[in-house]
Design a protein around this ligand. Structure first.
Ligand SMILES: Nc1ncnc2c1ncn2[C@@H]1O[C@H](COP(=O)(O)OP(=O)(O)OP(=O)(O)O)[C@@H](O)[C@H]1O
Ligand SMILES: [Mg+2]
Length: 331
């Protein structure tokens, strides 16, 4: 098995005076070597909790985790040297320069001083390396954070929301950097709630909603699994829309009624639609598969699609009655 990162059935419950909050509810994740893996989910879905648990910063209530084939947290002391991570915005001494900061970290981690210049160059901070951190913009601090995670040339790089605060140019540079790192053999896991990012950078993706995995696999596969599942159905008479929606729901389809057509998903074969409707004396004038992008898939899978006239609250996830979570790889 070439998995660099493996999580099974992870559980995390936060307890506070206000009660119990189940942040992770049997979460699973597998990341193969040499990939850039996107960890995608809406605000509050459990991304940071997962990464913090993985790095031994908080204790899970159940489940299994392994990094580079070693069970963590037990083997963290042995694997820590091979893992670089930034989880939420790390704090640096405001009066230190980037160069001082990295030298200090390199020294503490037994990394040769020359590596400091390499990582400064890699993240694009070379020309500002001798300025104090307090004079940095948000994006520069983010670059410094990535530089610090790269110091020990890790086998696994874990970045929580690395695009935060970066301008479009910075995002593009970060993307190139991630790809280059992956090509050099590093495995990169990056969390994000920005879909376009994941679609552009990542080979594979895990989508989390409400503490559970709702999809995983190669980005193209995740899209393909959901791409053909939705069909637009127009009828010869719009008066038949409501009754037809009812008939299709009885087949187990998910149906939304629009003003002049139906959107139908959850059926293996679109031919079932024409058969059932014809049986009811209703005729179809259009039956077309609707192609979806990662954004629609994400909104559907995480139950966070906007609803007209409502302000969705962060904890509000209306889980689609779609199939079970997709596990494993390449299928
Ligand atoms: N220390 C804590 N005490 C109580 N609840 C917490 C704590 N940390 C996180 N949570 C809750 O756990 C859930 C998951 O939070 P988490 O930070 O993992 O989400 P996230 O996916 O990283 O979100 P975002 O995209 O906003 O960063 C949220 O409901 C959050 O309020
Ligand atoms: Mg987070």
């Amino acid at each position: 098995m070439s998995a660099v990162l493996e999580i099974q059935g992870l559980q995390k419950t936060y307890r506070s005076r206000k009660g119990v909050r189940r942040a992770l509810d049997g979460f699973d994740m597998v990341v193969e070597a040499g990939q850039v893996h996107g960890f995608l989910g809406p605000n509050g879905s459990g991304k940071t909790t997962t990464l913090r648990t993985l790095l031994g910063l908080i204790r899970p209530n159940g489940g299994r985790m392994a990094i580079l084939g070693r069970e963590v947290p037990a083997a963290l002391p042995e694997v820590a040297g091979s893992v670089g991570a930034i989880v939420e915005s790390p704090q640096f001494f405001a009066n230190f320069t980037a160069q001082d900061t990295l030298r200090l970290l390199a020294d503490a981690g037994g990394v040769e001083p020359a590596r400091v210049f390499e990582v400064l160059e890699l993240v694009g901070l070379r020309d500002r390396a001798t300025d104090r951190v307090k004079t940095y913009s948000l994006g520069m601090k983010q670059r410094l954070a990535v530089a610090s995670a790269l110091l020990k040339n890790p086998k696994l790089l874990i970045l929580d929301e690395p695009a935060n605060g970066l301008d479009p140019g910075g995002i593009r540079e970060m993307r190139t950097l991630m790809r280059n790192l992956a090509e050099s053999g590093m495995t990169v896991v990056l969390s994000s709630h920005i879909l376009a990012e994941i679609q552009l950078i990542c080979d594979s993706v895990t989508i989390i909603a409400a503490g559970r995995r709702v999809a995983a696999g190669a980005v193209a596969d995740v899209l393909a699994q959901h791409a053909s599942s939705s069909v637009r159905v127009r009828l010869e008479s719009a008066a038949d829309l409501a009754a037809s929606a009812g008939a299709l729901r009885q087949l187990g389809a998910q149906v939304t009624v629009e003003s002049d057509h139906l959107m139908v998903s959850g059926l293996d074969r679109p031919s079932a639609i024409t058969r059932v409707l014809a049986g009811n004396g209703v005729f179809v004038s259009e039956l077309s598969p609707v192609s979806v992008d990662l954004e629609s898939v994400f909104l559907e899978l995480t139950g966070t699609a906007p609803v007209e006239g409502e302000h969705r609250q962060v904890d509000q996830t209306v889980m689609a009655p779609a199939g079970p979570a997709q596990g494993g790889w390449g299928h």
